[in-house]
Each structure stands twice: as C-alpha cells, then as structure tokens.
Design a protein around this ligand. Structure first.
Ligand SMILES: [Zn+2]
Ligand SMILES: [Zn+2]
Length: 380
C-alpha cells in the first residue's frame, strides 16, 4: 500500500498554509523517503512568507531545517556523507542545499553555496518535479543527485538544529576562527545567535558578550556561554549600547570579533561601531533582503581597518562540523527548541517570530519552533 503524506503548502506571499495530501512516490535507485520528525521554523521561512527572498516561487512547501528517519530506501547500497552505510529506520539530518559539483563555483571557486544550479529542499516550488521537497511535510522525497546527509544518534529535537547552527560555524571559519583569549560579541539571540555564543566560547574566546533579547533568550545565552548580556529593551539607545560594550572590553577598545545574527539592518552600523581596530565583523543575519541602512565608510570601515566577512548559508562541511560539535552534548542545546507545533500552526509560528515579539498564544516566549508533522492538527 502506498503512503500518503500531509504537507503544509503556502499559496503565496503573506498567503495561507493549506494542509494537502500527496501520494508518496517509490524511491528510485540512490533515493530515499524520509519520515520527517521535526522541521525547524527559521527566520528565513518568515522572510519567505513575506516575500523577501526573490528566488522563491509559490506555492511552496517550506522547511529546510529537518531531520527524520529513513522510511524506504530506493537501493540497498546508500551511504551518508561520512561514508556510513544507512538502513531503513536510521535517523538522518539532510543538508538542504544541493550543489551540482560541476559549475565554476563548485569546481574552481570551491564555494558550492553559490552553485549556479543549486537546488534546495524547502526552497522549491511545490509542483512536479519538486513535490514533497520541503520539511513541513510528513514525508520528504530525498532525490536530488549530490544530496548530502548525515546519520546521527542525536535526539531529533537537537538534530534539527544542525542546519541553523551550521551558519555560525561557516561564519567563524570565514573569519579564520576564534582567537584564544579574545572577546567575541554576538548581536542577536535567536537560535543562530545562541549557537554563535556557544561555539565562540567552546572555541577559546575568553569573554563572550551577547546583545539581544528578550529575557528568556538572554538567560539561555548565559547558559550557553555568554559572560555578559545586554538587553536591548533595557538599553534602547544604540549609542548607549556602544559605550556599554566598549566598557566591557580591555582598554575600552571593543571586541575582537562581532557576529551579526540579528538580521535587522540597523544592527550593522551599530556592530561595526563596537569593533576594536583591525577586528573581524561577521555578517550572517541578513540571509534575505530586509532593506538597506546608511553606513559611513570613513568611520565604520576605514578608520577601524574593519575586516568584514559576508556569510551566505552553509555547506556540507559546516553541517558535518556542527553535527560533530552538538553530538558531544556539552551544552544545553536541547533548550533551544521551545515549541513543537503541528503542521497547521506554521502560520502562528511565523506570526510569533515576526509581528508578535517572539510570543506564542500571547504568553510563551519562543526561541526555536519545530514543526512535528505527525502531531494532531490543532482545532482552528
Ligand atoms: Zn534556516
Ligand atoms: Zn555547481
């Protein structure tokens, strides 16, 4: 008997999510069917909902941060990207971006995130040949050639964090890593910012400063390694925050590295103003286009000798590194997913993360929402 999959289909920009059912195809040679356990709702999904990513076509089944168990293999000889044989029932994490391995970016520049023919689970229009290609669905058809994935023993509510946290790893790698004994400041305390805090501390930073909010996120920031937290609700004036940040660094010079994970344009000139001379600024919060901001090149960049690193998404190696770190379970990553919701509450998740100030149902503070496509649909 063939399987049927419920999926949440977004019909357009600021549209509706419809729960539709699709027949699950038989996987061909080299393919498999994944039974989704969790799919994270990402800031990027929020921006895709509002139409801030110009490559997206609707209708779409989003969900690029997902993990699950292999339901059905198309052939017996399938290995994960670490070369481990997989079998039905194994838990795996899928790398959403699939690069071609052949184009200029893949072969010569070796920046596969910019692949000319990139395909990505959770970003493709929901029509043939891309049906069941996003994580907001009970089953995902893992079928694109060169798809990378990793087998893991992690609990699914932690495994689902691999993709968002891999963005931080990519950022640190572009800046040449965290220097031992340095001061790292992270702007933004969403899931990616919290990951950057944890990884900065684990990489040898002596002091980690977090600028963000609200309160619950800052509490978790401390548990994950932040030595100082600055609540933007308490210190509303950016100039005041710049002074405060400087005062937290040796000689008042400013942090050695600032990682922008807030995704608000105004965070960029503010973050550049925190920096000490010749320090690193890692920009990874603006995956989508939320508008511009005025920068003063003299003060923000030249006078500081600022090293600015742009970071677009992440690649297979970053996912592998991230999974290896979180599999050690040294830090409370399990607290990042605060809510698990059914498919028909994705719209509520998006509202919580955009218009409702990270509160769900008028009260609870959200850090990361994971969709469990097997949870009974909510009455609406
Ligand atoms: Zn994401
Ligand atoms: Zn390519």
């Amino acid at each position: 008997m063939s399987l049927v999959s419920k999926a949440a289909v977004l019909d357009g920009i600021e549209g509706q999510f419809h729960i539709r059912e699709y027949e699950v195809p038989e996987p061909k040679q080299g393919e498999f069917i994944l039974r989704t356990e969790y799919a994270g709702v990402c800031g990027t999904d929020v921006h895709m909902y509002y139409g801030h990513l110009n490559t997206v076509e609707y209708p779409i089944v989003m969900g690029h941060e997902f993990c699950g168990k292999i339901e059905k293999l198309g052939s017996v000889d399938i290995v994960d990207s670490n070369g481990q044989q997989v079998k039905e029932g194994d838990r795996v994490v899928i790398v959403p971006g699939v690069s071609c391995g052949e184009c200029y970016y893949c072969k010569i520049a070796k920046t596969p995130t910019r692949c000319s023919h990139v395909q990505a689970y959770g970003f493709l229009p929901n029509r043939e040949p891309h049906l069941l290609s996003g994580g907001f669905s009970q089953y995902v058809h893992i079928k694109y050639e060169n798809t990378s994935f990793f087998k893991t023993e992690l609990e699914p509510h932690i495994a689902v964090l691999t993709e968002p946290l891999s963005i931080c790893v990519h950022g640190f790698q572009r800046a040449g890593g965290v220097r031992f004994g340095s001061t790292v400041l992270v702007q933004g305390t969403g899931a990616i910012g919290l990951g950057a805090i944890a990884f900065a501390k684990r990489s040898g930073a002596a002091k980690v400063i977090a600028v963000g909010g609200p309160k619950r996120r800052l509490e978790l920031a401390k548990q994950l390694g932040a030595d100082v937290v600055i609540d933007i609700d308490d210190v509303k004036d950016p100039q005041e925050r710049i002074k405060l940040v400087k005062s937290e660094t040796k000689g008042g010079r400013g942090p050695d590295m600032v990682v922008e994970c807030a995704g608000f344009p105004g965070a960029v000139p503010e973050g550049l103003s925190y920096l000490r001379d010749s320090a690193e600024y890692i920009e990874l919060g603006h995956f989508t286009d939320v508008g511009g901001v005025e920068i003063n090149p003299h003060w923000h960049i030249l006078r500081n000798n600022a090293n600015i690193r742009g970071v677009w998404g992440s690649d297979v190696e970053h996912m592998e590194m991230t999974l290896s770190i979180i599999e050690q379970l040294e830090l409370p990553y399990d607290q990042l997913v605060t809510h698990k919701l059914p498919l028909n509450r994705i719209g509520d998740a998006i509202q919580a993360m955009s218009k409702k100030g990270y509160s769900l149902d008028g009260k609870e503070e959200v850090i990361k929402i994971a969709i469990d496509p097997w949870q009974a649909l909510a009455n609406q």
